[in-house]
Design a protein around this ligand. Structure first.
Ligand code: UDP
Length: 372
């Protein structure tokens, strides 16, 4: 029997929305469902006091890929926001990422040569040849002062584990720079969509059938019967009934406050690096769009242990979880009618531009296969 839809897309985040948009352009009929009461997944913004609140954590768009930049610019105009977080540590404010400003604030070094010498001395003293964990990796990349001021306590509260028990790769995300440049990202293109991320999601899903507050697992058989193929962007272990065990995640809790002042911290992101604060950062949302509203909204971000009742934010890609994931991955390759994509289905920490690229690549791959 002819099915009503070509694709049932489970999850209206970036992967699902881009997929739906591209397939609709190719005359496929799509239905997008999401268990939340809104579309957009974690990029969703909630408007409060005229401010776009990044409800599921700060999202700053950045990419080196002109194709992806042009793609998102079809749907929104981006402002010239550059992410330049500050760090509050032991009572002092520092610029991030680690750059000449930070080194000056930390050691008083004024030239790249002085700063390099300082870092090299520290590495020589505390570094290790082949780092086996995050602590060793950090000590051999930046030395003791930077590690103890900015990394150790932040990382341990972020991940709920000792730095010596964490994989080294987490820290490779942190750039070190010998110029006075506070731009957190190295990418050519960066900004925030004017009007928030919902503008992009609305553009992607325009004219496409969507349903919110629908839990795929509560009505699975019926939903699966509606379409020829399924695009699944939820947790891969849940899709397979946890039959190889449960994958682990790190969760976050966000506490929002409205303040009756125009400007709370003067910057969108301030990291709180010390262990004495149980949150890792405070986000002041209006600064993403240079807002001039009378009030301001801040969010404290608390890392939390994850259980099935909570949002899964960061996959914990240690060896044990990777082994479990591998089994699900192999199983997923046998499910010919299901396409798995996105952070939860691929169990990978993706940035927005990477998700869009992977969704576009998936659409290309399918379209090519069909033509053969
Ligand atoms: N990190 C840190 N100190 C900081 C910021 C980050 O030690 O002030 C470490 C921490 O382990 C974190 C990783 O760097 O998990 C990546 O941080 P980033 O802010 O790039 O990632 P996000 O959490 O925003 O995805």
């Amino acid at each position: 029997m002819e099915k009503k839809y070509d694709y049932l897309i489970v999850g209206a985040g970036l992967f699902g929305s881009v997929f739906a948009h591209e397939m609709t352009k190719r005359n496929k009929k799509c239905l997008v469902i999401d268990k939340r009461n809104h579309l957009g997944g974690n990029v969703y913004c909630e408007e409060k006091e005229g401010i776009n609140v990044h409800k599921y954590g700060a999202h700053i768009f950045h990419t080196n890929d002109k194709k992806i930049w042009d793609y998102v610019n079809q749907f929104a105009t981006f402002n010239n926001y550059i992410n330049s977080p500050l760090s509050l540590s032991k009572g002092n404010l520092y610029n991030l990422p680690f750059n000449m400003n930070t080194f000056y604030q930390l050691w008083g070094t004024k030239t790249p040569e002085e700063a390099k010498q300082k870092i090299n001395e520290q590495i020589a003293k505390y570094g290790v040849k082949s780092p086996n964990n995050l602590e060793e990796q950090a000590l051999s990349l930046v030395g003791k002062d930077i590690y103890e001021t900015f990394i150790k306590e932040y990382t341990e509260k972020q991940w709920g584990k000792k730095a010596t028990e964490l994989p080294a790769f987490i820290i490779k995300r942190l750039p070190v720079r010998f110029t006075y440049n506070n731009n957190y990202f190295n990418d050519i293109y960066q900004g925030i969509p004017i009007g928030g991320y919902n503008v992009i999601i609305d553009g992607l899903l325009k004219g496409i059938e969507t349903k919110t507050s629908i839990d795929f697992f509560e009505d699975r058989q019926h939903l699966e019967s509606l379409a020829n193929k399924i695009v699944y962007t939820g947790k891969i272990d849940e899709f397979f009934g946890y039959k190889f065990g449960q994958l682990e995640y790190r969760s976050l809790r966000f506490e929002n406050e409205v303040h009756d002042i125009e400007n709370y911290q003067g910057n969108a992101v301030v990291n709180y690096n010390d262990a004495q604060y149980s949150y890792t950062r405070i986000i002041e949302h209006k600064h993403f769009e240079f807002g001039k509203q009378e009030k301001t909204i801040i969010t404290r971000e608390y890392p939390e242990n994850w259980d099935r009742g909570k949002e899964a934010y960061y996959p914990i890609n240690n060896d044990d979880n990777q082994k479990v994931f591998k089994q699900y991955k192999e199983e997923s390759l046998k499910s010919k009618n299901v396409i798995f994509g996105g952070r939860l289905a691929e169990y990978r920490y993706y940035d927005m531009h990477q998700i869009i690229a992977s969704s576009l690549a998936k659409v290309e791959e399918i379209s090519k296969r069909k033509q053969e």
